[in-house]
Structure formats: structure tokens, C-alpha cells
Ligand binder design. Sequence first.
Ligand SMILES: Nc1ncnc2c1ncn2[C@@H]1O[C@H](COP(=O)(O)OP(=O)(O)OP(=O)(O)O)[C@@H](O)[C@H]1O
Ligand SMILES: Nc1ncnc2c1ncn2[C@@H]1O[C@H](COP(=O)(O)OP(=O)(O)OP(=O)(O)O)[C@@H](O)[C@H]1O
Ligand SMILES: [Mg+2]
Ligand SMILES: [Mg+2]
Lengths: 248, 248
Amino acid sequence: PAQVISIVNHKGGVGKTTTVINLAKALSLYGLKVLMIDMDSQGNLSQCYNVHEPEQQIIDSLLSDVPIPVVPIADNLYLAPSDIRMAARESDLTNSIGSERRLTIKISQIRDQYDYILIDCPPSLGICTTCSLVASDGCIVPIQAEASAYHGVANLLNHISDIRTYANPPLNIKGFVFTMIDKRLNLHADMMGHIKNSFKGVHIFDTVISQSKAVKESQVAKEDLFTCDPTSVPWIQYKTLATELLNL
Amino acid sequence: PAQVISIVNHKGGVGKTTTVINLAKALSLYGLKVLMIDMDSQGNLSQCYNVHEPEQQIIDSLLSDVPIPVVPIADNLYLAPSDIRMAARESDLTNSIGSERRLTIKISQIRDQYDYILIDCPPSLGICTTCSLVASDGCIVPIQAEASAYHGVANLLNHISDIRTYANPPLNIKGFVFTMIDKRLNLHADMMGHIKNSFKGVHIFDTVISQSKAVKESQVAKEDLFTCDPTSVPWIQYKTLATELLNL
Ligand SMILES: Nc1ncnc2c1ncn2[C@@H]1O[C@H](COP(=O)(O)OP(=O)(O)OP(=O)(O)O)[C@@H](O)[C@H]1O
Ligand SMILES: Nc1ncnc2c1ncn2[C@@H]1O[C@H](COP(=O)(O)OP(=O)(O)OP(=O)(O)O)[C@@H](O)[C@H]1O
Ligand SMILES: [Mg+2]
Ligand SMILES: [Mg+2]
């Protein structure tokens, strides 16, 4: 059955969606069958694959008896899409019975079909992130080496701790991964050291994702990095991240 | 009475908080009295001023009879703070009577004391953003020149249109401001042109905010750009943005 991993950070624009796209592709190229779930009502992940206004989307399966809708993307790569219409229905989900467990139940129906299920979380600690974490075996936290990142870590760790106490005890943190790092900035190097020292109990991946125009270009092209430019630095880094994850 | 302006964009990490900090400072240096309101339960704006775990915060004034709490920051510059505890109480706000108008009512009690009130919105189109837009005369939309930005514009314009139809007819868009622009990237120049052509009815500020390490350094130092490095390019740009806003 699949390893279910949430890509989570309530800070906006830290590379969650970018990490889901490229980590999923790297895992799929290993021959592993990967499902990506778009739990962000902004639907960026779905937009990146040109899946616009999907008739069946993840929120439908959480509010009714239908299964998780799955769209094939490439070899070994699948997507459960979302879009802005999810935002209007989020409160229905919050108010539903057993709200926090609904994604867990739906995933359990399809877990055997995949090796990995990666869940793209929105920039908040609300119901969508909670459902994702409750349904997950582990989580990966993309994090920038900036002032705002440092403050967010403690809040995120508290939220994960509550999830473990009250809803999903086995949930573990696969690791934090530094993203959008500019090697020429002392500030980034200093902040990475500062974060490592302040949160010693947390596993931090050795792989660091560099700030790179290749990422931006791949998203304009609506492709993952491998398809767009497999020689690019961030692709090699995401491939290494996948290897690191598999070896944990 | 004050001009109330929301700094809004549901896309994460586009520079909303950075824009509030530096636009507010620029306006205050003109001798205008400016209040910044932190409507983001992550409380980044408050953290940037070293206001941590404020005993009185904005959510208290929205859920009870107390006035908006105001902390003096500098000459002509004030802050109504927030922190992660707001997240736990957001559903109380959503479920409260007249929820969308509560910020409007509280602001009306203090409007005469300020020239500008800038509201920092979270990366979502939920109750906090709605309250902010309902309370505002106008809004400014920081936007990156990236693929994700393009998709988000239409959704944001629809949300603003609904707010105008059902809650706040006079609400206008002061303008979109491009942020984190890397002049060396053709991709950014192309995307700026693409966005301008696709959304012709929308005012776009001439001022563009460049990607700059000075911004990151100022936030590590917990200062606005003027205090940290008034010779820096982004400070000059935010000062020019303030002038452009005042001349609208
Ligand atoms: N390594 C990188 N180098 C350069 N640009 C990047 C990198 N990673 C992500 N980006 C860009 O930064 C922006 C934000 O990335 P992304 O959308 O993946 O973050 P996110 O955490 O999913 O945001 P949100 O919180 O809004 O969901 C995107 O425009 C993306 O193309
Ligand atoms: N012009 C710039 N140049 C370089 N870095 C910038 C610039 N503007 C903002 N940043 C950095 O980008 C990150 C995101 O900026 P900011 O927090 O202002 O965005 P936001 O839209 O408020 O994010 P959120 O959606 O999470 O509230 C911060 O670490 C900030 O220091
Ligand atoms: Mg995302
Ligand atoms: Mg912010």
C-alpha cells in the first residue's frame, strides 16, 4: 500500500506545489506509481498540468459518496485535481461529520493502487491541511531560509504535534527541505544554520533546492523540470531529494 | 477620515506583508498618520516588528466589544497586531452575526484618527480577506510575474466583484503592483506583458518592485527598508509607489 506524504507549510510561496510536481515526477521515473492530490483551493497544482475547472474534483469525494477522481498525467503519474470552486465548499467540509478523517477514508479505498501519494497543501493550517496530515504517514516541509520561515516553524511543529496527539499518532516528519536558496547570499547560509540550530530534533534533508529560473520556466511551460530541462540544477536536486526520501 | 486599503492576493508569498511594511513607512514619512492592521493569522507583519504573542489582538476586537488594539511603532506609524492564536478563532468569526462587517464597524470607530489604514491580508479568500475588503475603500494587489500569478488574477477579480455586488459597492482596485521582478529574466518581462494584455481594465502601477536581497536583510533585521537601508533599490521603489498612490 502507498506511502502517503503531505507537502506542508502554512507560509505562502515556499515551493510546496513545485516540490509536489518534481518530487512526484522523480519518484515516477523510478517506476513507482505516484498519485498527486491537490488539496489547495487555488488549484495551482492542477493548473500546472493544464487541468482547469475539472468537473470531478477532490472536494466532491470528501462531501459525497464518490471516489477520489483521478486524472492520468504521465507514466506512473496521476492527479486528483482541484480548483477555486473548492473554496466555496470548504466550510461544508469543516461542518461535516468526521471532517478530519474523510480524506483518510477515501485514500484507504485506493491506497493499494499506488506506491506514493503526495498531497499538496494550501498556505494555511485549516481543514484542508488538517485532513491531509490526518491521512498521511509522513510529511515534508519545504522552507525558505528567510525571516518569515523561522517564525513559522514553531507554529507548524505545534500543529503537527496536535495532529499526532488527537488524530494520527504515527504521523512523522520525513524532513524539512530548504528551497529557493541563493548560494551567493550569506543571509541564506546564515538563516539555514540558524534554523538547523534552533530545531535540532527535526530531520533536515541534505538536499537543498536552489533559486533557479528553470523552475519558473518549467511552470510557464506547464511541465515538470524533467520534461522541460533535465539538465537543470533544480531537476538534479529534486531527483536527489527523491533518492534521499527513498533511503530514509 | 482615513483611506482604508487592503493589500490582497490569495497567492502565497507574493510580497503582501513586505508591501504593507514599506508602503506604510513611506506614507508615514510624508507626515501622514498610518495604521497597519495584521489580518493574517500567521502574524508575519506583527513578527516583523517584534510584536510576538500580543495580549490584545485584532481578532479580540472582532469577537467582542473591545476596540481595535493599537501599538505605536514609529512616528506616524501604528500596528494592530495578530498571531497564530487568531487561526483557532477564525471559525468563531465566520459563524458570528454580521461577520463580514465587523472589521468595518470597528474601523469606523477609529477612522478619524488616521490618514491611511493598510490591511495585510492572508493568502486566502476566506473570512479575514473578505472582512478586509468589505472594510476598504480600495485595494492594492501585489503580484509576481510568474505562471501561478496569471491564473490567480481572474479568481481574485471575481472575488472582488462579488464583494462589490453584495457587500461594498464603492470598493475599487487602486492597482496591481508587480513584485520580486528580476530584470535579467526575459520570463518576467514576458509575463508582465502577458498579464497587462490579458487584464486591460485593471490599473497596473508603473512602479515595479525588484527582487532584492535588501528586502530579505531588512526582515531579518526586523526593520522596514528605510530604517535598514534607505539607499536600497526596493526602498526607492516603495517610496515611488507611495507617491504614485497619493497621486491617483
Ligand atoms: N527553486 C525555485 N527557484 C525559482 N523559483 C521557484 C523555485 N521554487 C518555486 N519557485 C517559484 O516560486 C513561486 C511559488 O512557488 P510554489 O507555488 O511552488 O509555492 P507554494 O508554497 O506552493 O505557494 P502557495 O503557498 O501559494 O501554495 C512559483 O511562481 C514558483 O515557480
Ligand atoms: N522584492 C523582494 N525581493 C526579495 N525578497 C522579497 C521581496 N519581497 C518579498 N520578499 C521575500 O519573500 C518572502 C515573501 O514575502 P511576503 O512575506 O511579504 O509575502 P506575502 O504575500 O505576505 O506572503 P504570505 O502569502 O505568506 O502572507 C519573504 O521572505 C520576503 O522577505
Ligand atoms: Mg501551492
Ligand atoms: Mg504575508
